[in-house]
Structure formats: C-alpha cells, structure tokens
Design a protein around this ligand. Structure first.
Ligand code: ZN
Length: 216
C-alpha cells in the first residue's frame, strides 16, 4: 500500500543531510586553509644568506674547531689571546631573538662557580631569527642571556657572555648557522669557515670583522 510516509521521512532527512554536507564543506575549507597557512610557508625557499659576522669582538682572532661526535657544521670558538671566561658574545647579524634561556641543564655551574659540575646540553643559549629562514645559535654562555625573546638585536649587539654551562669541557662558544631545518657551513664576512664534517678534529683561525658600521 502506498502512503505518504516515505516522502515525509525523506523530507525530514534532507535538512539533516544538508547540515552534514555544510559541516563537511567547512571542515574541508578549514583543512585547505590549514595547509595554506602552515605547510606553504614551510615549503617556501630560504632567502639569500645574510652577511654573517663572527659572534665575537671586532678585530679579535679566534680558533674555530670541531671534533668527532660534535655534529657536522657545528663550530666551537676559543679566543687565541686572553681569558675566555666572560668574553662578549655578539649577534652575527640583525634579527629577532626567538630563544633566550637554558638548553638541557646548567649542572652545578653558576656565574659564581663557572667551573662546577658539568651539566647537559647547551646551557644558557640564544637563538636569533634573521628572516628568510636563516637563524643562528649561541650556546654554553656563562649567565642568563642579556636579551629576551621577541627582542630585536642589531648586528654586533652583545647578547651574552662566554661560559661553559651545559655539557661543556672548557669555556668556549658553540655556534651554529641554520637555513630552514638544516645546519649549514658557517660563513663569516662572506667567506665559508671550512668547518664542515665532524669526522675528525681540526681547527682554523679567523679574525672577526663584526665591527661597528662605518658612519659616513
Ligand atoms: Zn660545540
């Protein structure tokens, strides 16, 4: 027997189906927007390499080195003259501070007892975003960084003092340059440092040209 019921039921189902379709469409739009906002910037190519300078004072000669188990492209800096403790650590290039804190643990090392029990990781450290996917990192500093997250720094601005916090055997600055997710060979004053693989121990010497900009 034919009645009006199936039609009635269908007309009652339709608005619900439409609601589901609208919700699904909204979810799809949100997913596409998510991809556009999050993934697309990640895929964008890096900008040109900034003209990085050494993270130490103008005119000083420092030893740059690495050793097996360090990591490719990691650089450890030691001064060739004078006391290492407390030496100024300078921004390699202008940028915005994205990390200023403790990596790993300090161990027993404090500014009053900088040679105390060894900690883990990078100790007091700073990360600077230079734009165009370029960033630099500065590790094992003596005391809390002199800058804070979100702060804009100029090239050559002091961000901390050299120390030995974290997993460090002697006072030095561990330094990295990164493009996107990748560590790359450090460049200073437009020249590659030649500190690349960590398959052996070796050092090079370079003189810092992280000098105040000439005023004309
Ligand atoms: Zn290191």
């Amino acid at each position: 027997m034919t009645t009006g019921r199936p039609d009635t039921a269908r007309t009652h189902r339709r608005p619900r189906n439409r609601t589901v379709r609208v919700l699904l469409a909204l979810v799809a739009v949100a997913a596409v927007l998510g991809v556009a906002l999050v993934v697309v910037p990640m895929l964008r190519p890096a900008g040109p390499r900034p003209l990085f300078q050494m993270p130490v004072s103008c005119g000083e000669t420092w030893q740059l080195g690495t050793y097996p188990g360090h990591d490719d492209y990691d650089v450890d800096l030691f001064p060739t003259e004078g006391e290492a403790w407390g030496r100024p650590v300078l921004a390699s290039y202008a940028g915005t501070v994205t990390v200023a804190g403790i990596n790993g643990s300090l161990g027993g090392r404090t500014p009053d007892n900088p040679d105390g029990p060894r900690g883990r990781g990078g100790g007091y450290w700073v990360k600077i975003d230079h734009g165009g996917k370029w960033e630099t990192q500065y590790l094992h500093m003596l005391e809390p960084p002199l800058v804070e997250v979100g702060q804009k720094v100029a090239q050559g601005e002091q961000i901390g003092r050299l120390g030995s916090t974290g997993n460090s055997g002697a006072p030095h600055l561990h330094y990295e340059q990164r493009r996107g997710w990748d560590k790359v060979e450090t460049h200073f004053d437009g020249e590659p440092s030649t500190v690349t693989t960590d398959d052996r121990e070796y050092t090079v010497k370079r003189t810092s040209n992280n000098c105040p900009a000439a005023v004309s």
